[in-house]
Design a protein around this ligand. Sequence first.
Ligand SMILES: *Cc1c(COP(=O)(O)O)cnc(C)c1O
Length: 362
Amino acid sequence: MLTIDLAALADNYRDLCARARPAECAAVVKADAYGLGMAQAASALWRAGCRTFFVATIAEGIDLRTLLPDAVIYVLNGLMAGTAMTFQEHGLRPVLNSAAEVRDWAGYCARNRKALPCAVHLDTGMNRLGLSALDVDEIRDADELWEALALSLVMSHLACADDRAHAKNAQQRARFEALRALLPETLTSLANSAGILLGPDYHYDLVRPGVALYGGHPQRQGENPFRAVVHLMGRILQIRHATQGETVGYGATRTLQRPTRIAVVSAGYADGLFRALSAGDGETGLTAYLGPYAAPILGRVSMDLISVDVTEVPEAFCQRGAWVELLGPNVSAHTMAAQAGTIDYEVLTSLGTRATRRYIGG
Ligand SMILES: *Cc1c(COP(=O)(O)O)cnc(C)c1O
């Protein structure tokens, strides 16, 4: 069962607002709000005062528009050929990622005699989406383009903000300043969650946090300042006893070194527990918790099941039907990510659709 604490989400939003002030704090709700459920998350963020949202795709934008008729919604993946009318119909703002997209949007606006809002994304060193310096040069003096559309935001995206000591942060900031000075005056935005923690130099007019809202730890260094939003629990289906020398799970990767009490728990990789959290002989993997008691995983993660060692756990905590913490107060998304060799983002967005989602604090 996946419990999503909307009060913690709203707290994280207010915390980010306070850090970013006087800049406006938007919210990135792409990928179903990082797997937590866009409908519930976006509504909670709206109630907490958020008015500007970012999604990745038009489909996500259309869904969000039905939920929040008055929100400002930017679509990060930009303007695909032939979609301008869909943007207009749903009141979505494209993030224009190339000179060609700027021309397309300006052309659509000119044909319809309506200057529609949009963002321009500048590439400042990530080489992912956005106008290069050459693109900017090519269209900066094309007044007819800038007059046809309504530029409401100029933005860029940081590649290394999770490492506050990385030289690329200041480099990207300098490039952003230089490039945006060549475009018409409007609101500016550079920081994602980690960028907000880099301090006021990175805030500009609008910040765009995602992972921090959902309780992820945006930076590599230090304690996570944000509240956990997601709790993943599994149920004990069975308690079994095995003797020394027996093996546990697929591949028989784990041989028991002592008589062991095993709890078989109803959660597996189809629920977002990466197979990389398995623990064969000599390895450590996921540590689950029963109340305050740690229960290390034994052997491989299966699709729907894991086995954990409850030999040391008092019997009162490990009865058939009891709930086991897989992600929560004792196991952060950050810890799980480190254990699985990935990042908080992938942990959150992998939590799957099978688990019953329960929303609290809404
Ligand atoms: C996903 C995304 C964000 C949010 O990033 P976080 O690291 O989750 O805060 C901000 N801006 C852009 C362009 C993004 O793609």
